[in-house]
Design a protein around this ligand. Structure first.
Ligand code: ADP
Length: 524
């Protein structure tokens, strides 16, 4: 059976989606693969089809028990012999599964990374014919990723310990350069075929709203979109409870999902949503992994998430059927403070991560990128795509920022002052000090640092802080300056060659608040 017939036979699909066939063919030719595809693109099939066609067994390293269970259940239903090995099984169940595996019962075996070092699993793997090792959610191998999992570092040893090196294929939805390089390097992929499919989900309409009355906004939005399925993401369980109660009291069919609920309750609430017994599910980010509801028409974030990776993944649960869907982020500056606190109190005690400081720095960096998404007045789609390493062209004309009325201001002279200020202070300071200096504020801290003696001190005293922020974020986008990726990041000068030209222009856009936004700012 060829790949296409295998697809039809087991999964019932007539054709491959973008990128899938390329990955399948590369694996079948015996090449290592790194596939970077957004959530919902159909990564599983990319390794399941070759797994079915290769002689031996495929081992899939996967980070989450629930994910493994779902996959194995779906495969069994499709008539594929598959099993998982993880801590949800007792020791004797594991022994039995490994015995059956060694008899050739299973074509695909999912395994938690922690098992790879175990004696029993290794004994099995060394005596079996392993054709492929697949690493799902491969970004877990990188300390740059937000889900770093130390046990993923053991994968290479495991592969090297096998009598014959299998094909190694890795899959992830995180495409930042750092993560990609880490995967290629740490897994030591052999002349890999790297397949990156577009991160642009054209049917998704992105919007950021900074309104004071978030509750009123949500209630009205849902009532204006009756019978549509939607997800409301909140930062905390407390918010989740409150918003869900509010919706119910407004007669909206809603249920909630967070880690504080019992397993059974969570499952019931999730099913209520999947089977359309409720329209809306209010959830923390615990909700969504492995959920495949195609007709989610809107995803509203009640609070700003901690990173673009999280946002893209959560918002991406909208519109999996390819029909138009909306992704709305309700931003308030308070969200930044809350997230900083959450990140600061993040618990590392159950990991063996050594460099916690480094992880914290990167967390803070990702939070800043996320905050800038909420504050930018540029095309939101391009902002997302650029972050995930794609080149972008014109504005999309199909996002909240592109469609909002704005006024453009030429800030070329002001931009040069920002550069002067960073140069004069030798790139030692972050946003607050640079802005304070440019505004010429009279603060002891600035006198202490000596920035009050510079020429740029007070050079932009007629601008508001918000406008200077906007200008700086525009300049970062244009690459004239950049923020270092430390916890206390500083501004540095980037590539200013083009700014030297007489014709250079730095233009910022300022949104006019829409009547709708004003309404939700003032409504009682
Ligand atoms: P990912 O892991 O990339 O988030 P999944 O592997 O869970 O995505 O696939 C998302 C959905 O798309 C699943 O319901 C899957 O069955 C479906 N799918 C995958 N490939 C195809 C295809 N070629 N044709 C139609 N549907 C597909």
């Amino acid at each position: 059976m060829d790949a296409k017939s295998t697809l039809k036979h087991y999964f019932g699909y007539d054709s491959f989606r973008g990128g899938q066939e390329e990955v399948v063919n590369a694996i079948l030719e015996g090449r290592d693969v790194l596939a970077i595809m957004p959530t919902g693109a159909g990564k599983s099939i990319c390794y399941q089809i070759p797994a079915l066609m290769l002689d031996g067994i495929t081992i899939v390293v996967s980070p989450l028990i629930s994910l493994m269970q779902d996959q194995v259940k779906a495969l069994n239903k499709a008539g594929v012999h598959a099993a998982y090995i993880n801590s949800s099984l007792t020791e004797s169940q594991i022994s039995k599964a490994l015995f059956l595996a060694s008899q050739g019962t299973y074509k695909i075996i999912y395994v938690a990374p922690e098992r790879l070092g175990g004696y029993e699993f290794n004994a099995f793997a060394r005596s079996a014919h392993i054709s492929m090792v697949t690493i799902d959610e491969a970004h877990c191998i990188s300390q740059w990723g937000q889900d770093f999992r130390p046990a993923y570092l053991k994968i290479l040893d495991f592969v090297n310990g096998l009598p014959k090196r299998p094909v190694v294929s890795a899959f992830t939805a995180t495409a930042t350069k750092e993560v990609k390089d880490d995967i290629l390097c740490i897994l030591n992929l052999n002349a890999p075929k790297v397949v990156i499919t577009g991160f642009d989900r054209q049917n998704l309409y992105y919007r950021v709203e900074q309104v004071r009355k978030k509750d009123a906004f949500i209630v009205d939005y849902i009532k204006e979109h009756p019978d549509q399925s939607g997800i409301i993401y909140c930062a905390t369980r407390k918010n989740t409870d409150a918003v869900c109660e509010l919706l119910k009291s407004e007669g909206i069919r809603a249920s909630e999902y967070h880690a504080g609920l019992g397993t059974e309750q969570r499952k019931n609430n999730q099913d209520d949503f999947i089977y359309d017994r409720v329209d809306v599910i209010v959830a923390t980010n615990a909700f969504g992994m492995g959920i495949d509801k195609p007709d989610v028409r809107f995803v509203i974030h009640y609070n700003m998430p901690q990173s673009m990776e999280n946002y893209y993944q959560e918002a991406g649960r909208a519109g999996r059927d390819g029909e138009p869907a909306e992704c709305i982020l309700l931003f308030s500056p308070q969200d930044v403070v809350i997230n900083r606190m959450l990140l600061d109190s993040k618990d590392f005690s159950d990991t063996d991560i050594e460099d916690i400081e480094l992880i914290k720095q990167r967390d803070m960096y990702r939070l800043r990128v996320m905050e800038n998404y909420c504050r930018t007045t540029e095309c939101l789609r391009n902002y997302i795509l650029r972050y995930f390493g794609e080149n972008t062209g014109e504005s999309c004309n199909n996002c909240g920022n592109c469609n909002q009325a704005y006024t453009e201001y030429d800030m070329t002279d002001e931009a040069r002052w920002v550069i002067n200020c960073i140069a004069e202070t030798h790139g030692r300071y972050g946003l607050t000090i640079v802005i304070g200096t440019l505004m010429g504020v009279d603060r002891a801290r600035l006198r202490e640092l000596g920035t009050t003696v510079y020429r740029s001190y007070g050079a932009l005293k007629d601008m508001s802080e918000a406008d200077i922020r906007l200008l700086i974020s525009r300049m970062i986008q244009l690459g004239y300056i950049y923020q270092t990726q430390e916890q206390y990041s500083v501004l540095r000068i980037g590539n200013i060659e083009s700014l030297r030209s007489e014709a250079a222009r730095v233009v910022i856009r300022k949104h006019k608040k829409t009547p709708e936004q004003l309404y939700y700012d003032t409504r009682g």
